[in-house]
Ligand binder design. Structure first.
Ligand SMILES: [Zn+2]
Length: 139
């Protein structure tokens, strides 16, 4: 961790900065400090309405669920999403915005429901593994 006043590197959990003496009361939470890591990615079909399905790629990170039209190859190299811009994503949902994860009625995909009531129907390969990870990371 670093002092928020002078920027000196300090041991984790320090209460005061040894350099400038600032009190380090408000620490960033662990989740904020964690880099964005890819948990799982794979091919994904998204059902946009009754008749229209779009093919793309799904990426689950420890922070968001992303649907993109291309393969996001640049993140495949490192597993870290820091270089990803919004233009790369068809949509990107922060995990904290997801209210519910369930299987679709036919058991062929995943239904994500956001807190503002939007629904995303996703067709995913290796559905069991996706559901397991989604349930683990979406709280
Ligand atoms: Zn300091």
């Amino acid at each position: 961790m670093y002092c928020m006043n002078c920027g000196k590197e300090l041991p984790d959990g320090a209460k005061f900065c040894s350099e400038c003496g600032a009190q380090l009361g408000v620490l960033p939470t662990k989740a904020d400090a964690e880099p964005e890591m890819v948990i799982r990615k794979g091919s994904c079909n998204i059902k946009k309405n009754m008749f229209y399905t779009e093919n793309g790629h799904a990426t689950l990170t420890n922070k968001r669920f992303i649907f993109s039209k291309h393969s996001l190859t640049k993140i495949a190299m490192t597993g870290v999403l820091s270089a990803l811009s919004d233009d790369d994503c068809e949509f990107s949902i922060p995990l904290s915005d997801i209210a519910d994860v369930s299987e679709t009625r036919l058991g062929m995909g995943v239904l994500l429901t956001t807190r503002d009531g939007k629904e995303y129907k996703l067709g995913l390969w290796d559905l069991e593994a996706w559901l397991e990870d989604l349930h683990k990371y979406v709280k």
